[in-house]
Ligand binder design. Sequence first.
Ligand code: GLA
Length: 381
Amino acid sequence: MMPHLFVLASCLFVLAAPSVLGDSPVSATQNRKEDALVKSFRNSFAIGAAIPGAELNRAERRLLFANFNTVTPENCMKPVSLQPAEGRFCFTEADALVNMAHANGLTVNAHTLLWHNQCPDWFFTDGGRPAGRELVLQRMRAHIAAVGGHFAGKVQSWDVVNEAIDNKDGYLRKSKWLTSIGEDFIAEAFIVAHKADPKAELYYNDYSIERRPKRDKVLRLIHDLKQRGAPIHGIGIQGHWKLDHIPFQAIEDAILAFHAEGMNIAITELDIDVGKRKTDGADVGRLERASADLYANGLPDDVQQRLADQYAKLFALFLKHQDKITRVTFWGLHDGRSWLNGWPFKRTNHPLLWDRALQAKPALSAVLALTREQTEQKIAQ
Ligand code: GLA
């Protein structure tokens, strides 16, 4: 393969989202209901969806533009997509996403400058051997400066570092970033990101950080960064939760604890898994052996209702802390676009507010009812 073809192929490599729908008509009633989501939360926080890129079909675009005011690129801004080979940048897909968002009045929350996954190995090798600290540091800085600079002024925020906290006893995850550079790689990343785009809000983003001991490690990280003079503005709580195991109290405690450190809070990757899975959190590397596809033919009414109730409880909590929360972003636009159809094993999942036919679910009505109640209470006062 010619080198440029190779790069093109690498540029197109993404963890593909499962089903992509054909154009289907959107009914007027559906549109009226949809319009309400972004309007309902306009005075509280931004409402976002992760999308693969600009290649959405017409019905999906209408759903997106009517209901959300911000997007996050699911994969196309990760290092493997933007710089698959050293010095070869592929901005086409990400630029198209940014242009589509701006042309339709949506902001972009960019994801992610540094992660241990979807990150090419060239960052860490030197002539077939592991590269030393200075070389990896220099490559990391060059990547962040180029990418941050390219999108400067065009994105609202960056998830600067993703999932760097250890899930077990250690403080930081033993990623190649940590083992090549050392603990200061996170501070360095924030410093360079800020230089590249001084107006962007800079977030540390991770899963299960609402719970101890990860929550305490995030607090330690915030202190470390402050001590090193690194500019961090917020914490992204991913929020990949399971239907019957949403840690409401821990979520509230984490919002309060991070906010007390001066952090903005964003819920960055919200979805509620209705299926059974063993693992908590969202470690993309932890796959499970496939078991029955319980909801291949749709969600039974009782589970649908439980999903609606859990979403309503979550959004009630977010509204309670709306002064601390900048944004709530769903990880996917509708059920057919969710990564949970493929992780931790292949099955039919139903984790979002719209189903795969783009019909609004009871969970959407439950969430909308909350702000209606708030408005009615205010009027009554
Ligand atoms: C993590 C990452 C995201 C995405 C999801 C799965 O949460 O932060 O970029 O890869 O896993 O889609």
